[in-house]
Design a protein around this ligand. Structure first.
Ligand code: CTP
Length: 450
């Protein structure tokens, strides 16, 4: 019996797929179809797949052309599949011409002519109107955001607002956007959703204005600087059925989500302590230091180091204490602190003027999770136990600047219509973050280091 194998995402199954499967089947007597898992697609940067794995498997099954369906989960799996299953022919569309010649060591490789003028991407583009998204504020992160947005389907960054219109205009030209304006009402009239990347202390007022104008909001972290503002804005979004998502990139990236799920499912026993650090030495007098109203390490980096504690130990906690070193003008250059929970503690360090090892350690009753720096762009972590030989290593993809993951979740929520909150970083978690930032800014339980 001659066995043929082929692979694909097979999203929104179309006649190009069917024709490929038919011709692949005709090459032998038995056709195995590898359908990519959601994780694998995400890992290889394909964030726009519409149908779930079970749906795509069912679609391929319904063609009646596959004798067997397998799931493709990792790079290099084809070599294993071909050898383990005694495959004679590997077939794939001509868009992959020569890419799989390395499989010739294991079987015959056939490139089948791709059907013209049809692809899943075309169908996705034709059926999903792109959300028109405008950017408020055009600082450094906004410069990274526009190129990242190209990796997310269903969204089109159309323009930019800055009260200093000239700055907006040069941003527009740099990124080839359609418009730039210094008039906020005009800006709102041109977009469906906004990404707020303005200075921290302006987030609350822009978010409020955008929600009142009926726009969905993706706001850079920290969303706001007080719990009351966070509550008010999340309530406002809920009342208006709008999406309000805080753009804390680590919360949405595949590696960090998997780490949280593993720890939550008991991989290291009960969590008793978390230690997270994030420091970034800044030079000169950048916004992080000169913004008298909202500069400093906690407002800049606190959201990241609070995240593991909030995700794993919850939004309710006890006392919070800080040790902080400030510059002559009161901006914190380094802060370490402790959040107390009834059955655990979470400590953190953030700094703009002090460098520490930027890792994350989650300690449990059966072992610990170790995430090396930069843990906030989680690509790799280990679960370790008492026996030093008992180590499990996990690798994930963190593409580009990572902003594509939060934008992808935002677009999903906007298009969903029903689901307005993300489980990856919920309103309650965003409010808890604001509360921690606020307690530091109020100077509660803070010891100054000189
Ligand atoms: N295929 C084809 N003709 C097309 C589209 C796809 O022969 N018009 C083949 C591909 O070459 C591959 C298989 O179908 O062998 C599965 O491809 P997949 O990547 O799932 O489909 P695309 O439509 O190309 O998806 P996308 O637009 O997301 O890249």
């Amino acid at each position: 019996m001659k066995k043929v194998i082929t692979y694909g995402t097979f999203d929104l199954l179309h006649h190009g797929h069917v024709s490929l499967l038919r011709r692949a089947r005709a090459l032998g007597d038995y056709l195995i179809v590898g359908v990519t898992s959601e994780n694998f697609d995400k890992e290889r940067g394909k964030l726009n797949v519409r149908r779930s794995l079970p749906e795509r498997v069912a679609d391929v099954l319904a063609t009646g052309l596959a004798d067997e369906i397998i799931v493709e989960e990792y790079e290099g799996q084809k070599i294993d599949d071909i050898q383990r299953r005694g495959v004679d022919i590997f077939a794939i569309g001509s868009d992959w011409a020569d890419k799989f010649n390395y499989l010739r060591e294991y079987c015959r490789v056939v490139y089948l002519e791709r059907t013209k003028d049809i692809s899943s991407t075309m169908i996705r583009d034709a059926t999903r109107r792109a959300i028109s998204l405008g950017i408020i504020g055009n600082g450094r992160v906004a410069d990274r955001f526009v190129p990242e947005s190209k990796y997310v389907s269903g969204v089109d960054v159309t323009g930019v607002y800055n009260p200093r219109e000239e700055s907006a205009r040069s941003f527009r030209d740099r990124h080839e956007l359609r418009f730039a304006t210094g008039d906020l009402d005009h800006f709102f009239s041109l977009v469906e959703a906004v990404y707020i990347a303005s200075p921290h202390h302006t987030h609350a007022s822009y978010t409020r204005a955008a929600l009142l104008a009926g726009k969905h909001v993706l706001c850079e972290k920290p969303l706001v600087l007080t719990a009351a503002e966070a509550v008010e804005l999340h309530d406002l979004a809920a009342a208006r059925r709008l999406v309000l998502l805080e753009a804390l990139k680590s919360a949405y990236c595949p590696g960090f989500k998997r780490l949280v799920n593993l720890v939550k499912s008991g991989a290291i026993g009960q969590v008793k302590d978390i230690s997270a650090s994030f420091t970034k030495l800044v030079e000169g007098r950048p916004r992080e230091l000169t913004d008298r109203q909202a500069g400093g390490s906690i407002t800049e980096l606190g959201s990241y180091v609070f995240l593991p504690a909030i995700k794993l130990l919850g939004v309710e906690h006890g006392r919070v204490t800080f040790h902080s070193w400030r510059d002559g003008e009161g901006v914190d250059l380094f802060t370490r602190g402790l959040v107390e929970y009834p059955s655990a503690t979470a400590s953190f360090k953030v700094g703009l003027g002090v460098k520490t090892e930027g890792n994350l350690v989650i300690s449990g009753t059966k072992g610990y999770a170790y995430v090396p720096a930069p843990w906030w762009k989680t690509e790799f972590f280990e679960l370790r136990r008492e026996n030093p030989g008992d180590v499990k290593k996990y690798f994930y993809k963190f593409d580009g600047d990572g902003l594509r993951y939060e934008l992808d979740e935002f677009v999903r929520l906007v298009n969903d219509g029903e689901r307005r909150h993300s489980y990856m970083f919920s309103p309650a978690e965003s409010i808890a973050t604001a509360r921690l930032i606020e307690s530091f800014r109020e100077g509660k339980n803070t010891t100054q280091i000189h």
